[in-house]
Design a protein around this ligand. Structure first.
Ligand code: NFS
Length: 648
């Protein structure tokens, strides 16, 4: 008998995979058994950018690297670099188009043309306006917001010069970017240029292609994603720590369940507001339900969880399973990470799948388009549709009983306040605790689930290894949700899982050893936090000097590649698991893994074993500690009372 393959380490997920199998409902888990990854495509040794191919160039014993060329003569290095560049550009496009939608809605909000939206965080409005060089003296918030929206929108179509947020990076980092000519000019321009340069017969030197890939990725991290995060915070509030609940057990048998899935928090914000309107509950009661239960899925879940404490039903691989509970009346999807398989699963139940973005439809799903001008009415309409659908449940409902308390919402601003206090907000205590060795370093562990690796396993294994070794973990996206489900996002987790130094700090400040910083666009918060650490002093003068590392152990999305590449270009050692898309070319891989350390002081690594990957990160952190001359501090282990008091 063959050994059973572990598909997930999450019990709620396991129960619903079993239910799907019993009921013969296809999901990502069953489909992945029917389709194996293409061995040529997985290492990107295939070129299909012109109609003379596709040229398949797998490694063969007979061929040397040099002989692996396409019909046009393109080398395997050019081909692999082009494929990598296009995937990064797709990720950048996704984050940046999200940002554009947010910026356009922000402008309408500032002009009073968006129904249901307001400017919630005026302090952040002023701070971001100053970043954009806007004169704020004597102006009212509305005028400042209009000017900010217009300036932010210009970042997309800018043709020359430098993106505004580049100036937020440490000076030394900016110099490195300028020296290599990779400072982004305009967000859209860099994506277009990748597409042009990788067209048949244009840029045919892998190093040159990768430089433009770098410029494009920076236009995400220090452009699109950062704009999304900042404008969303101004409109919806900068997250502060909030207690929430996570996993499929948040669905309720006797309430109308609505799942908001996707990425742009615009409509979800209005669904939250509309679901709290007085008449809605009585409408639900009229159809026999006890109330309305809004829950999130994927990054939309992170957004509404950290701003409103709305429960989170799960991460990427749980999306179809939510419907398989039979308890979901309606699921909204906007853009990104929404499996088309949702519709065929929904057809097995009474669930209505609703597409809401003008950029994305799913065949068979109903389309109710969100527009800021009448967004609140749209949200009310969607809620009513869900309520009307409650009596149509036709299957026995089965909701796994698992859910977990979780503390989320650690924005850069919050970390600053928590550590330093409201009136002396500062990263000083964090830097001091790194310098004295209680905290060994900081790791950003982010990214997706991938069905080719057991759901959540690599995230949890890696993160537990890191915190055990006193590395403070910052997390976003589906990785953050994996941590939440496993109980790593509560302060008590420090006692159970963290090394003694990290535990001391967590207990003194009252934070978990893993800090939830939001959705994937909020990886920009990690850049801002890292920059604040550099500016605080004592840990070098560049992001690359920090004892820090990044990882996406279960990545699958092109957005993850974009994020990883801007981390690397920002000087951060970054290790990915599951698979690595340049293995077809030793030279491209060597360039990204080794030469980039020389050029950008940050480099990629690939290690599918999460413990080994964590050890690589720790080795890198220790290397940086040594370079800073703070490696000896960790040898001290005993804490006397004075030291304990200093922690607070
Ligand atoms: Ni990020 Fe969010 Fe999840 Fe991956 Fe998809 S939901 S934006 S891409 S799968 S972490």
């Amino acid at each position: 008998m063959s050994e059973e393959i572990i598909k997930t380490v999450d019990r709620a997920t396991k129960e619903l995979i079993d239910k799907a199998e019993r009921e013969n409902i296809k999901t990502v888990f069953s489909r992945s058994e029917e389709i194996r990854p293409c061995p040529i495509g997985i290492e990107e040794s295939c070129c299909k950018i012109c109609a003379m191919g596709p040229c398949r160039l797998p490694r063969s014993k007979k061929d040397s690297q040099r002989e692996r060329v396409g019909v046009c003569g393109a080398t395997i290095d050019t081909i692999v670099a082009r494929n990598f560049a296009r995937r990064v550009a797709a990720g950048v496009a996704a984050h940046s188009d999200h940002a554009r939608e947010v910026a356009e809605t922000f402008l309408k909000t500032a002009r009073g043309e968006a129904q249901g939206f307001t400017i919630k965080d005026e302090v952040k409005l002023l701070a971001v306006a100053l970043d954009f060089g806007i004169e704020i003296e004597g102006k009212d918030a509305r005028d400042i917001a209009i000017e900010l929206a217009e300036k932010a929108l210009r970042e997309f179509g800018r043709q020359k010069g430098e993106l505004t947020y580049i100036n937020k990076a440490p000076k030394k980092r900016q110099d490195i970017w300028r020296r290599h000519g990779v400072v982004p000019r305009g967000i859209d321009r860099e994506v277009v240029e990748v597409m042009h340069r990788t067209h048949m017969g244009v840029d045919q030197d892998y190093r040159h292609i990768l430089l433009q890939t770098t410029r494009c990725a920076l236009a995400d991290g220090w452009g699109g994603s950062m704009i999304s995060t900042d404008l969303q915070d101004i409109m919806f509030g900068t997250p502060v720590p909030v207690l929430g609940s996570i996993n499929l057990g948040v669905l309720k048998e006797d309430e109308v369940n609505i799942v908001v899935h996707g990425h742009e928090p615009l409509l979800p914000e209005l669904l939250v507001a509309a679901s709290r309107e007085p008449g809605i509950r009585s409408l639900a009661e009229k159809v026999g339900a006890k109330g309305i239960n809004l829950a999130g899925m994927c990054c939309s879940a992170n957004e509404v969880l950290m701003r409103h404490g709305i429960p989170c039903a799960g991460n990427f691989l749980q999306q179809e399973l939510a419907i398989i509970t039979g308890a979901v009346e309606l699921m909204t999807v906007d853009v990104q990470c929404e499996m088309q398989g949702l519709q065929s699963v929904a057809e097995c139940f009474h669930t209505k799948l609703i597409t809401t973005s003008d950029r994305a439809r799913i065949e068979g799903a109903e389309h109710i388009e969100f527009h800021p001008e009448d967004g609140l009415d749209t949200a009310r309409k969607i809620l009513r549709l869900a309520i009307e659908n409650y009596p149509n449940r036709r299957h026995a409902v089965y909701i796994p009983s698992y859910k977990q308390d979780t503390v989320v919402g650690f924005s850069h601003e919050t970390i600053n306040y928590l550590l330093g206090g409201l009136f002396r907000a500062s990263y000083r205590p964090l830097n001091d605790n790194i310098i004295n060795g209680r905290i060994r370093g900081v790791a950003g562990v982010v990214g997706c689930n991938n069905v080719r690796t057991p759901h959540d396993l690599c995230h949890l294994t890696m993160i537990k290894e890191l915190i055990k070794n006193d590395v403070l973990v910052l997390t976003t996206g589906c990785a953050a949700m994996a941590c939440g489900k496993a109980g790593l996002l509560i302060p008590e987790a420090a006692k159970e899982f963290a090394g003694s130094g990290l535990q001391e700090v967590c207990e003194a400040v009252g934070i978990p050893p893993v800090l939830h910083m939001g959705a994937c666009v909020d990886n920009s918060r990690i850049l801002v936090a890292a920059t604040a650490m550099v500016k605080e002093g004592g840990l070098g003068d560049d992001l690359a000097d920090l004892p820090a590392a990044g990882a996406a152990p279960e990545w699958m999305s092109e957005k993850a590649l974009a994020i990883g590449h801007y981390f690397v270009a920002s000087g951060i050692f970054t290790v990915f698991g599951t698979t690595w898309p340049t293995l077809g070319s030793d030279r491209v891989t060597g360039h990204l893994f080794k030469d980039y350390e020389e050029m950008f002081k940050g480099m990629w690594a690939y290690e599918p074993d999460p413990i080994k990957a964590a050890q690589l990160m720790i080795e890198h952190i220790d290397k940086k500690r040594k370079a800073l001359g703070i490696d000896k501090a960790r040898e001290r282990v005993l804490f006397d009372m004075a030291m304990r008091r200093a922690l607070g």
